[in-house]
Write a protein that binds this ligand. Structure first.
Ligand code: 13P
Ligand code: SF4
Length: 329
C-alpha cells in the first residue's frame, strides 16, 4: 500500500496532464505501462515521436516530441538517440527512416496504415508523369517511400500552399489527396492535377450539412477544419490548416467555443492549452492512428520491434524529395 501511494505521488504530475480524460481507475492500469515506457526509453536511448492524433496518455505521458507530420519529419532528422519510436502511422515511420537512415526506426504496429498512402504506388506515379509530362510532381508525405522516390518535392498540409507557389508554374501534379489538391487549387489559383482514388477515409466523411448544422446551432462557434476535408466543408470553416496549424489557431485565439473538424484526440490533447475554450464534439476517429497503444509501445521498446527497413536506393531517391521540402519549409 505504501509502495502504491509512493508511485501515485511520483507520477502525479503526469496524471495532472490527463486527469480530465481518464479516471483514477484508468490511471491505475496505465501508470505502470507509462513508467515502464519512460524507463525503457532511458535504458535504450530511445525517443518517441508522437503525432497530434495520438491518445492523450501517449501524447502527454510518454512522448518526447509531438507535432504534425512536418514537425515530426524535421525532428526525425535532428534526433540524436539510437532508436526512434514512431507513435503514428507507417508512412511517418518511413519518413523518419528516410531522414535518419542510420537510426533504428520502430513502429509499435506496422498495420497502422493510411488510406492515402495505400491509394497509390510508385508505378502509378510513373504513369501519371507519362500522361502529364513536364509538370512538377508534388507528393503529400502521406505516401509510401517508393512514391516519394518518384517525386520532385514532398509537402505536408502545413506547407503545401507554400511549396506549390514556390515552383512558379501554373500547373502541377499534386497527389494523392484529391481533396487537399482541390483546396490548394482554390487557394492558389494554380491548377492541380491529382489522383482520383486518393482521399482520407476520416476527413472525407465530414459533410457540408454537418457544418451548416453546427453553424446554425451557434453563430459564435469557431469552425476549424483540416484541408483533407472536401472543398465544400473547408469553405464553411473559419480556418483550415494542418493539425499544428489548428492547434496554433486555438492557442493563439483562445476562442470561447470551437469545433475541430478532424480526428477526435486533438481536442483532448490541446484542452489544457486553452482552458477557457469549450470543444464541441464534432470529430471522427482514425482507426490507423488508434492502433498505437501504451501496450504495444512497451512491447516495441522491450523487443525492439517492429523495425522499419527500406531499400537503400529508395531511401536515396526519396530523401531528395523530402529534403527539398524541408529546405522550403
Ligand atoms: P498533419 O500533417 O496535419 O498532422 O496531418 C497528418 C494526417 O495524417 C492528417 O490526417
Ligand atoms: Fe491517413 Fe486520414 Fe488517418 Fe491521417 S486521418 S493517417 S490521412 S487515414
Amino acid at each position: 500500500m505504501a509502495e502504491k501511494l509512493a508511485t501515485q505521488i511520483k507520477s502525479q504530475y503526469l496524471y495532472d496532464k490527463v486527469k480530465d480524460v481518464y479516471s483514477l481507475d484508468d490511471w491505475e492500469y496505465m501508470e505502470p505501462l507509462i513508467a515502464r515506457i519512460n524507463q525503457l526509453k532511458k535504458e535504450k536511448n530511445a525517443v518517441i515521436l508522437a503525432h497530434n492524433y495520438m491518445t492523450p496518455d501517449i501524447y502527454h505521458c510518454v512522448s518526447d516530441i509531438v507535432g504534425d507530420s512536418l514537425a515530426l519529419a524535421i525532428e526525425a532528422k535532428k534526433v540524436e538517440s539510437d532508436i526512434i519510436v514512431m507513435a503514428g502511422v507507417h508512412f511517418m515511420a518511413e519518413t523518419s527512416k528516410i531522414l535518419s537512415p542510420e537510426k533504428k526506426v520502430l513502429i509499435p504496429d506496422d498495420k497502422a496504415g493510411c488510406s492515402l498512402a495505400s491509394s497509390i504506388t510508385g508505378a502509378d506515379v510513373r504513369k501519371l508523369k507519362q500522361l502529364y509530362p513536364g509538370r512538377p510532381v508534388i507528393t503529400y508525405v502521406n505516401t509510401t517511400a517508393d512514391v516519394k522516390a518518384e517525386t520532385d518535392i514532398c509537402c505536408t498540409s502545413g506547407n503545401v500552399e507554400k511549396i506549390v507557389r514556390s515552383l512558379g508554374v501554373d500547373e502541377v501534379i499534386l497527389i494523392p489527396d484529391k481533396y487537399l489538391a482541390g483546396n490548394v487549387e482554390k487557394a492558389t489559383g494554380i491548377r492541380c492535377i491529382t489522383w482520383d482514388d486518393g482521399s482520407c477515409e476520416v476527413h472525407e466523411l465530414f459533410t457540408v450539412d454537418e457544418m451548416k448544422t453546427l453553424r446554425k446551432s451557434d453563430p459564435d462557434l469557431k469552425i476549424i477544419a483540416h484541408p483533407e476535408c472536401p472543398k465544400e466543408v473547408v469553405a464553411e470553416a473559419d480556418f483550415a490548416g494542418s493539425t499544428a496549424g489548428m492547434i496554433n489557431y486555438v492557442v493563439d485565439n483562445q476562442p470561447e467555443k470551437v469545433a475541430l473538424i478532424t480526428e477526435c484526440s486533438m481536442s483532448h490533447n490541446i484542452a489544457k492549452q486553452a482552458p477557457n475554450t469549450k470543444f464541441m464534439g464534432m470529430c471522427r476517429m482514425c482507426p490507423h492512428m488508434k492502433k498505437i497503444t501504451l501496450e504495444n509501445i512497451v512491447k516495441c521498446l522491450e523487443q525492439e520491434t517492429i523495425e522499419v527497413y527500406l531499400d537503400d536506393e529508395i531511401i536515396q531517391k526519396a530523401y531528395g524529395s523530402v529534403q527539398r521540402m524541408l529546405e522550403r519549409s
